[in-house]
Design a protein around this ligand. Sequence first.
Ligand SMILES: [Zn+2]
Length: 149
Amino acid sequence: MKIEYVCSICGKKNVKLWRPYGDSAPLICAECAEERQTPMEYTEVIWKKDEGYDDRWTGTPTKNKKKLPLPKWKVDEMGRVPTYDGPGPEGLPPTMTDQLIVDLSNVSKAYSSGSTTMIPACPDGDGNFWCYTVVPEDVCKWWDELPTR
Ligand SMILES: [Zn+2]
């Protein structure tokens, strides 16, 4: 059995697709995900540089654990968006993730929470998808090389 590798929403083919964590449908492309991204918040953090041999940054939540909204993301060429942890210390590039948190409430009855975590959809060739943590290297590469949009 072969998976139809098509965006469930717009029907786009030959682009990177994501699936809900632990499910095989719906499949969603980067552009449909961008339109449906769930507004996310992060806890405000005070950064302090450890005076050690590796000068690591440590973030401590502010006393009142203030929540701040994260800006909207765009999926990059590699299919990544900034993590939902909020901005890092000054001068350091943001950490990226391939998990997209989206609102599928108008797409699927099974995912009506408004906040669904989507992971790269990597077909295993037998009609299923590889588990997030065990995708073989060649399949990862295949997914990475698919156009994002
Ligand atoms: Zn789409």
